[in-house]
Design a protein around this ligand. Structure first.
Ligand SMILES: NC(=O)c1ccc[n+]([C@@H]2O[C@H](COP(=O)([O-])OP(=O)(O)OC[C@H]3O[C@@H](n4cnc5c(N)ncnc54)[C@H](O)[C@@H]3O)[C@@H](O)[C@H]2O)c1
Ligand SMILES: [Zn+2]
Ligand SMILES: [Zn+2]
Length: 360
């Protein structure tokens, strides 16, 4: 356990799940001392990503309990190491999913640490010193400076927190498709949750025609009125799906549960691309006919590199894009998790970790 690592002497309070019930309880643990390349962050807010739920309940079968989830944290720097030049005490910063990478492979060299084979996550990872990583459902975090980004002054720290995972995860595949600068395209977003609603906002900010594809007809009004979506397809309605066949250039699938992507592929034009970012515990069903008849591509994408994350943050600062959030107190984490299980969130829970009542 991390507690036995020699320089892990800082006591931190947080919240951990201890078994597959996923129930979180207060948990005290140790973090490393602030090293020469580290910054220490007093955490203000942490988003609740669906991935936290997958881990808390061991849905992917890889959880090392006790797990302190949280990889959408914002806060203020309280200590900097002697090698740190980019950050100073008092800076408003954020940390997402990355705690460590090898620093020398082609992906690390190319600012694509997210594809490093030795990538270690903010929680449930193994840090360079062999300790298990603990995430942002805690009062304080120590991060290597390489994995920290600045939060633009114009963005509130609570609504900016989800950008650190949900935001970058949907930004990168759009950037890969050149959607940031391309002429107007027809973009589809499947699943209107934490990731999906930010994807709609990005799609609109970059000037595209955005269609939401959802199982819940009840989300149509707010998808259009609140998030600015142009069209809404109820995926359970075969007639609606049929009417929109071959209409979209690109579709992003953010669904957290097992589903068949055949009907979604049919919505793509010939040569269109479906990018999958959702991570259900069971395999996605991929029938070959809609793939071969439309020469379509299915690809995946995981979060983004740190340089890209800063680029996205700065763009969000410029376009004033944040997540729609519901702020909860730490005592309400379990209730929020239950609601997330039932898809009852508009659109991201954010834990008010510091509860200091100051809007930063
Ligand atoms: N690729 C990555 O880097 C990355 C990063 C973050 C999250 N994720 C994964 O993305 C998924 C979504 O995360 P989130 O935080 O947005 O979750 P969320 O719970 O906020 O949203 C998921 C959405 O999927 C919808 N949905 C659930 N079951 C469905 C079904 N059977 N059919 C259609 N829609 C369904 C829900 O209504 C909801 O709108 C999770 O699996 C998460 O682990 C991946
Ligand atoms: Zn996440
Ligand atoms: Zn690497």
């Amino acid at each position: 356990m991390a507690q036995t690592t020699p320089n892990h002497t800082q006591t931190v309070s947080g919240w951990a799940a201890h078994d597959s019930s996923g129930k979180l309880t207060p948990y005290t643990f140790k973090r490393r001392e602030n090293g020469p390349d580290d910054v220490t962050i007093d955490i203000l807010y942490c988003g609740i990503c669906h991935t936290d739920l997958h881990y808390a309940k061991n849905e992917w079968g890889i959880t090392m309990y006790p797990v302190v989830p949280g990889h959408e944290m914002t806060g203020v720097i309280s200590k900097v190491g002697s090698n740190v030049k980019k950050f100073k005490i008092g800076d408003r910063v954020g940390v997402g999913c990355i705690a460590a990478s090898c620093l020398s492979c082609e992906f690390c060299q190319d600012s694509q640490e997210n594809y490093c084979e030795k990538l270690q996550f903010t929680y449930n990872g193994i840090f360079w010193d062999g300790s298990i990583t603990y995430g942002g459902y805690s009062k304080m975090f120590v991060s290597d400076q390489r994995y920290v980004v600045h939060i633009p002054e114009s963005l509130p720290m609570d609504a900016a927190a989800p950008l650190l995972c949900a935001g970058i995860t949907v930004f990168t595949p759009m950037k890969d498709m050149d959607l940031i600068h391309s002429p107007r395209k027809k973009v589809g977003v499947v699943g209107l949750g934490g990731l999906g609603h930010i994807a709609v906002k990005f799609g609109k900010a970059f000037g595209h025609h955005v269609t939401v594809i959802s199982t819940s007809a009840s989300k149509e009004k707010e998808a259009k009125e609140r998030l600015g979506a142009d069209e809404f397809i109820v995926s359970k309605d075969p007639q609606q799906m049929q009417r929109h066949r071959r209409t979209l250039d690109f579709v992003l699938d953010t669904v957290s549960a097992e589903h068949c992507i055949g009907p979604i592929l049919e919505l793509l034009k010939v040569n269109g691309t479906l990018s999958i970012v959702g991570a259900p515990d069971k395999p996605i069903q991929l029938p070959s006919f809609p793939l071969i008849f439309g020469k379509r591509t299915v690809k995946g994408s995981i979060i983004g590199g740190i340089q890209e994350t800063q680029e996205m943050m700065d763009l969000c600062g410029k376009y004033n894009i944040t997540s729609d959030i519901e702020v909860v107190k730490p005592d309400d984490i379990n209730h929020a998790m239950e609601r997330l299980t039932k898809n009852d969130v508009r659109y991201r829970f954010v834990i008010d970790i510091a509860q200091n009542n100051t809007k930063l």
